[in-house]
Design a protein around this ligand. Structure first.
Ligand SMILES: [Zn+2]
Length: 424
């Protein structure tokens, strides 16, 4: 959980007045869950695939049960259902045979009271009188402006006016309804420190990060493998607009997005741990121009895939968003010459060749991982005062980055045991 999001629980002080209405919504949420669960089962039997939340929403939005709740509340129920299926898939992939798919929410003839979520359009908060107005769906409204007005009480040390309420949840707990306020702080978070890190984006190493003195590589192999897999599978489809082809496209997008989320999350966590307050990212326009030199920026002999620009743009957006939540400033700088200059002595050589991923400086003799050298050059663009003292510093780290690999089964990036060169 991000440090800037917090959930506060409150008791409802007019429980008796709102209980009946909240019961109706809680039961409605269970019924909608069951409708979604049933639809997912049908799809599973027919195609062997479980629909994602986008498909569930599109299919069920005209269903009668959908309009029992505010549309955003109904959407949330179906998102939860899709998340529950994803969790089950994850466990099965990890070899947990006992994992059960999400079940129906039914207890004999009665439905349990499910949690009901209200997003921005579904609630109205009145801080002055500590009450909140919750929307019902069209079906359950007795008249146009029928809503549920809950008066609440939080812990005395909580002041909701200091927070920006993103979502309100009605939760049935210990025989009564309670409210949960999911909040974002309105105060900018303090940066984790004043260190500066540089990020070089590329194809083989999707991201190379220099912390100045240490570096980490995040290879893009998993993304690339997916790309081949889906391209191949799609080629087998008779018709590129068929249902199967559409399903593959959607799945591919989901996998890409997950990879980029996991990567940006891992990178920001690394920055927080190292007290980074400024993250300098090489501007993408440079990458597209850099193709004259080919080499590491290219997909090699597999040709260029459309992934390219899309993934870098999307990744930068995710990175900015996640870094901002931690108080880290993201600066975009031009990548020009960052692959041709030596980050140790600043020597620039246009004819500089990168061989087997290594940058070797003719001037000072520094040997660096080419992507780390690029990342360090990017980092130095916002550190103009840095002494370029060449051989005086120990530059060994430039050639020995740590590698964090994408772990498919866990869906996260994790450090790979560093392979240390031993004496022969
Ligand atoms: Zn040099």
């Amino acid at each position: 959980m991000s440090r800037t999001i917090r959930t506060f629980e409150a008791t409802i002080t007019n429980q008796r007045q709102v209980r009946g209405d909240l019961d109706q919504l809680g039961w409605a949420a269970s019924k909608l869950w069951n409708v979604g669960r049933y639809y997912a089962q049908e799809q599973w039997d027919e195609t062997g695939e479980i629909p994602d939340d986008g498909e569930l929403k599109a299919e069920l939005k005209s269903h009668e049960r959908y309009t029992d709740l505010h549309s955003q509340s109904s959407q949330r129920v179906l998102e939860e259902l899709a998340e529950a299926f994803n969790g089950w898939f994850g466990k099965r992939r990890n070899g947990d045979d006992r994992a059960r798919p999400p079940g129906y929410r039914k207890n004999g003839d009665s439905h349990p009271r499910s949690t009901v979520s209200f997003k921005a359009a579904g609630f109205k908060h009145d801080a002055q009188f500590t009450r909140v107005r919750l929307s019902k769906g069209r079906n359950l409204k007795e008249h146009r402006s029928d809503f549920i007005l809950c008066e609440y009480q939080t812990r005395p040390d909580v002041d909701l006016t200091e927070w920006d309420i993103q979502q309100v949840r009605a939760v049935y707990k210990r025989d009564e309804w309670r409210l949960q306020f999911v909040c974002r702080t309105t105060i900018d978070p303090e940066p984790p420190g004043d260190e500066v890190a540089g990020v070089d984006l590329g194809i083989c190493n999707f991201a190379a990060v220099s912390f100045g003195g240490e570096s980490v590589l995040y290879p893009g192999g998993a993304l690339k493998e997916d790309e081949y897999y889906f391209t191949k599978k799609k080629a087998k489809c008779d018709d590129s607009s068929s249902r199967e082809a559409t399903r593959l496209d959607r799945k591919r997008t989901g996998r890409r997005t997950h990879f980029l989320h996991a990567l940006s999350k891992a990178l920001v966590e690394e920055c927080v741990e190292r007290g980074v307050g400024t993250l300098v990212v090489g501007d993408l326009d440079g990458i597209r121009e850099d193709d004259e030199n080919g080499d590491s920026r290219n997909w090699g002999d597999h040709g260029n895939l459309d992934l390219h620009g899309w993934a870098f743009d999307r990744f930068t957006t995710l990175l900015e968003y996640k870094a901002e939540a931690e108080g880290i400033d993201v600066e975009l700088v031009s990548e020009r010459d960052t692959s041709k200059s030596c980050s140790a002595c600043d020597h620039t050589d246009d004819s500089q060749r990168v061989e087997r991923g290594l940058y070797v400086c003719d001037e000072c003799g520094t040997v660096a991982n080419a992507d780390v050298n690029g990342a360090e050059n990017i980092r130095q663009k916002v550190l103009p005062s840095l002494a370029t003292d060449g051989g005086d510093r120990d530059n060994g780290w430039l050639a020995q980055p740590a590698v964090h690999l994408f772990d498919r089964s866990e869906g996260v990036f994790a450090p790979r045991e560093q392979v240390v060169n031993r004496e022969p």
